[in-house]
Write a protein that binds this ligand. Structure first.
Ligand SMILES: NC(=O)c1ccc[n+]([C@@H]2O[C@H](COP(=O)([O-])OP(=O)(O)OC[C@H]3O[C@@H](n4cnc5c(N)ncnc54)[C@H](O)[C@@H]3O)[C@@H](O)[C@H]2O)c1
Length: 362
C-alpha cells in the first residue's frame, strides 16, 4: 500500500469549507443579524463570530441605532446593539416596522430602553450581565496598589527631575486590612487579588456567599467594616438604597488615612464628602473609575476645549486621586465576551430558542 502523507491542517480546512458550503446551501441560510455602533476594537470579534456561524448573514455599522439608521437593518431577523443614546419609542417602532423585535445588548444596563414600548411591541431583549469580572477587579486592585505606593506623586516628581525618595514612602498591601463591600462576581475576584498581595481581607454583603462565610470573611455590618478597614472597595450596584452610601457620616466612621476605591458606580459616592475627606487628610487616597456626573463627560476628547466640570478637574489634578473614565471593564477579554455573548443570545432568539441571559420585560 502506498504511504500517503496527510496534512491534518489541510484536511481540517477542506472539511470546514465543505461544511460551510453545505450550510450555505441549506434552508437555514436565510437568518440575518445586524449590529449597530460596532467600534474598531469590536470588529475582529464580530468577524470571529460570523466566521464561526457561516449559516448566518452578519452585517454591521459603526452608526448608533436611531429611527433613521434602523432602516439599515432591513431584512435582518435580529439586532445587536450597545449605546448610551436612548432606545426611544420611535427607534423601537422603526425596528418593529421592519419586523425586527429581537434585540441583544452587548452591555448590562437597560435603563435607556423605553420598556413600555418594548412591552407594547412584544420585543424580546437580552443583555450580557457578566463579561469579565477580572477586568474590573484587576483594575481596582492595580489602582489600590498604586495609591498605596503613591505612584502618581512619584511619576510627577520624576517627570520634573526630582529623583529623591522622601517623603514619598509607600504602604505595603500586606499591611492593610482591605474591606470589600459587595461579594458578587467582581468583589470576589478583587478579594482574591488583594489576598495574593498578602492583605487581610474582610467583607460585607447582605446576601452572604456560603463559601466565603465558611472561610470567615464577613463582618456583621458596614459599620464594622468601616471601623476595621484601611482600604474600602465598592462592588455593589447603584440601587436606590445604595445612593451615596459613601457620605460624610460613613466617612466619619472610617479609619484615618483610609483609601476609598470606587470602580462600581458614581452614584454610590457623595463626591463632595470625599473631597472634604481628602482636604482634611482623613482620606489618604481615592480611586475613581466612575463619577456621579460622568454621562456626557467620560469617553469624550476634551483637548483644546473648555473642561465642563470643575469638581472633576480638581479631582484629576490631585496627586492622591486616580481618575479613570469608566475604563475598568475595557479590556480585549471583556470586549470579546460582550460581542460573542450578545451574538450568541441574538442567534438563540431568532431561532426561537431560550436565550442565555434574557432581560425581564415588565
Ligand atoms: N467600572 C466598570 O467598568 C464596571 C463594569 C461592570 C460593572 N461595574 C459595577 O460593578 C458592580 C458589581 O458588579 P458584579 O458583577 O460584581 O455584581 P453582582 O450582582 O455579582 O454583585 C453585587 C453584590 O453586591 C451586593 N450588595 C448590594 N447592595 C449592597 C450593600 N449595600 N452592601 C453590601 N453589598 C451589597 C449584592 O448582594 C451582590 O452580592 C456593578 O453593579 C456595577 O455597578 C463596573
Amino acid at each position: 500500500m502506498a504511504n500517503v502523507d496527510v496534512n491534518p491542517e489541510l484536511v481540517k480546512k477542506i472539511v470546514k469549507q465543505v461544511l460551510n458550503q453545505s450550510m450555505q446551501n441549506s434552508s437555514s441560510t436565510n437568518k440575518k443579524i445586524f449590529a449597530f455602533s460596532i467600534r474598531k476594537d469590536e470588529e475582529p470579534y464580530v468577524k470571529e463570530w460570523a466566521e464561526n456561524h457561516p449559516e448566518v448573514e452578519v452585517e454591521y455599522t459603526s452608526e448608533l441605532l436611531t429611527p433613521e439608521t434602523a432602516k439599515k437593518a432591513k431584512g435582518a431577523d435580529g439586532v445587536v446593539v450597545y449605546q448610551q443614546l436612548d432606545y426611544t419609542a420611535d427607534t423601537l417602532q422603526a425596528l418593529a416596522d421592519q419586523g425586527i423585535t429581537k434585540m441583544s445588548l452587548r452591555n448590562v444596563g437597560v435603563d435607556n430602553i423605553d420598556m413600555n414600548k418594548v412591552k407594547e411591541l412584544g420585543f424580546e431583549i437580552t443583555n450580557v450581565p457578566v463579561y469579565s469580572p477580572n477586568a474590573i477587579a484587576e483594575h481596582a486592585a492595580i489602582q489600590t496598589a498604586r495609591v498605596l505606593r503613591q505612584t502618581k506623586v512619584l511619576d510627577e516628581k520624576i517627570a520634573n527631575g526630582d529623583l529623591r525618595w522622601a517623603p514619598t514612602i509607600g504602604r505595603e498591601v500586606r499591611d492593610q486590612t482591605v474591606g470589600v463591600i459587595g461579594t458578587g462576581h467582581i468583589g470576589q475576584v478583587y478579594m482574591q487579588i488583594m489576598e495574593g498581595f498578602g492583605a487581610k481581607v474582610i467583607a460585607y454583603d447582605p446576601f452572604e456567599n456560603p463559601e466565603l462565610k465558611k472561610q470567615g470573611y464577613y463582618v456583621d455590618s458596614l459599620d464594622d467594616l468601616y471601623a476595621q478597614a484601611d482600604v474600602i472597595s465598592l462592588h455593589v450596584p447603584a440601587t436606590k438604597e445604595n445612593f451615596h452610601m459613601i457620605n460624610r457620616e460613613s466617612i466619619a466612621k472610617m479609619k484615618d488615612n483610609v483609601v476609598i476605591v470606587n470602580c462600581s458606580r458614581g452614584a454610590l459616592v457623595d463626591t463632595d464628602a470625599v473631597i472634604e475627606g481628602l482636604d482634611s487628610g482623613k482620606i489618604f487616597g481615592f480611586v475613581m473609575d466612575t463619577y456621579e456626573d460622568e454621562v456626557g463627560i467620560f469617553n469624550e476628547d476634551w483637548r483644546g476645549k473648555e473642561f465642563p466640570d470643575k469638581r472633576l478637574k480638581d479631582l484629576i489634578d490631585r496627586s492622591n486621586v486616580l481618575v479613570t473614565p469608566h475604563t475598568a471593564f475595557y479590556t480585549t477579554h471583556a470586549v470579546r465576551n460582550m460581542v460573542l455573548k450578545a451574538f450568541d443570545n441574538n442567534f438563540k432568539l431568532i431561532n426561537g430558542e431560550k436565550a442565555d441571559t434574557p432581560v425581564k420585560v415588565g
